[in-house]
Design a protein around this ligand. Structure first.
Ligand code: UDX
Length: 470
């Protein structure tokens, strides 16, 4: 098929590259001329495993090209995907200005048989609005029974987006007409390897399902994070609890890793947008609002633990940060808990040095004039540090040289915001270990200091105090 993708961001590029890989002729359109030139030369604007190879291979085969002109790109299109960003407005609602501007710009240019597919995550009813805009185009409205607009949400997780696209667990096609459903079903046939993954539904249901998925995922993280805090406070072990939870097939085994909270370009934004939709619809959305509160609370909990450890303030303290991206295997720092924490730490007077394998440029841009140092290696930022804070569970942080770490740092505390270390192991190297399921009660007072039930439980209830600043 002749496919056009409007928007060469994360979703648009993965979609374009993977559709070209199975033989479609794909044109990606973006208004950013520099980005288009780089992509046409085979350079990706962000880090995503495997995507660069596909880009190079499909450019070489001539199945993939990049353009800035929408009108010429769509002239022969069978399918046009709209994959532009829908960021959050200040009130949490989704900003549809780019998406609707694209729909207006498509106008007369699209051929009559073309199906317009909304790939961007957009509120329920957006397909209706786009249909109205396009139906206002005289030529189109005359040429067929009206414009065909479908919704085909993406379920790509960064860092494994190529795998998610090639082997999807679901292909959701929301269309109000049979032609659009048939065209999209055909387009996705190579990816529906067992013929069981395609889910046809009406457009509004598909729009809603996308939000439901991300909010359910966010809820799961906030739930495990809240349980984790509670477990620590009550002297229970969250890792053991997780083993019990995972064994229940109704709960499921994945997405139960407690930590400093979710970030990224989707979960926080989509949750806010659904809360906004609920509000407009007069629905209370009690649970949705709690998910957000718990998520912010995780970072505050960590900040408080760090401040408490240092006796209240951070002035004069040298802190090392490992990890800037919102999760491993991506350079995306959007809504990254690490970047937010760095701002707070600097505000408290700390001297922060950070390292990330790939996200430094993005973090530098996001932090703007916040005064932060960046190092070339994980060990370099720990030089004379009073504490290390591990914010992203990159593989290279999982088995560091602990002897070297202990001698490089001047302090001994490792704040392990992703629970990747074992307390016993750190202690063998003279290091202290803090995980978010440990220590302080909500009021900040040390809580139940129960006898340890295993050697790997760390400081239960009591946080050791840091030495005075050097
Ligand atoms: C998510 C969805 O997974 C994907 O289907 C959707 O299309 C886009 O949003 P992504 O934002 O790339 O993908 O990241 P994901 O791997 O889902 O992680 C989101 C956040 O949750 C990260 O900050 C991660 O660290 C955190 N997380 C995830 C946890 O804290 N615990 C977990 O068990 C899982």
């Amino acid at each position: 098929m002749n496919v056009v993708i409007i928007g060469s961001g994360y979703v648009g590029l993965v979609t374009g590259c993977c559709l070209a890989e199975v033989g479609n002729i794909v044109t990606c359109v973006d208004h950013d001329t520099k980005k288009v030139a780089a992509l046409a030369a085979g350079r990706l604007p962000f880090y995503e495993p495997q995507l660069g190879q596909i880009l190079g291979a499909q450019l070489a085969k001539g199945l993939l090209k990049f353009e800035t002109s929408m009108a010429s790109a769509v002239a022969n299109a069978d399918v046009v995907f709209l994959a532009v960003g829908t960021p959050s407005n200040a009130d949490g609602s989704a900003d549809l200005s780019n998406l609707l501007a694209c729909a207006r710009a498509l106008g007369d240019a699209i051929p009559s048989h073309c199906v317009i597919v909304v790939k961007s995550t957009a509120p329920v009813g957006t397909g209706d609005r786009i249909e109205e805009i396009l139906n206002a185009s005289v030529r189109q409205a005359d040429a067929n029974d009206g414009i065909r607009v479908a919704c085909n949400p993406e379920f790509l997780a960064e860092g494994r987006a190529v795998h998610d696209f090639r082997c999807p667990d679901r292909i959701v096609i929301g269309a109000n007409d049979a032609y659009s459903s048939a065209v999209l079903e055909q387009l996705y046939t190579p990816f529906d390897t067992d013929g069981q993954r395609t889910m046809l539904m009406d457009r509004r249901s598909a729009e809603f399902a996308k939000y439901a998925c991300n909010c359910m995922l966010a809820a799961r993280i906030s739930m495990i994070n809240e349980l984790s805090s509670l477990a620590g406070t009550l002297g229970a072990d969250i890792a053991s609890t997780c083993r019990v939870l995972r064994a229940d097939p109704r709960i499921g085994a994945s997405y139960l890793q407690p930590g400093v909270g979710y970030g990224g370009s989707c979960l926080p934004k989509d949750l806010s947008a659904l809360i906004d939709l609920a509000q407009r619809a007069g629905e209370p959305a009690h649970m949705l609002r709690s998910i957000e509160r718990v998520n912010v609370g995780q970072r505050q909990r960590l900040l408080k633990a760090i401040c408490d450890y240092f006796g209240g303030g951070l002035r004069g303290r040298r802190l090392a940060i490992w990890g800037l991206s919102f999760k491993p295997d991506t350079d995306d720092v959007r809504a990254s808990p690490s970047v937010a924490l760095i701002r707070d730490l600097v505000q408290e007077g700390a001297n922060v040095n950070a390292y990330d394998p790939v996200a430094r440029p993005a973090a530098q841009a996001a932090l703007g004039n916040v005064s932060v140092g960046f190092g070339q290696s994980a060990m370099a930022v720990c030089e004379q540090a009073d504490a290390l804070i591990v914010m992203t569970e990159w593989d290279e942080f999982k088995s560091p040289d602990l002897d070297r770490l202990a001698t490089t740092m001047r302090g001994h505390m490792v704040f392990d915001a992703r629970s990747i270390y074992k307390t016993k192991v750190l202690q063998q190297h003279g290091l202290h270990h803090y995980r978010l399921d440990q220590i302080m009660s909500v009021s900040g007072e040390p809580v139940v200091n129960r006898p340890r039930m295993s050697a790997d439980r760390g400081y239960r209830g009591m946080l050791p105090q840091a030495e005075s600043p050097a």
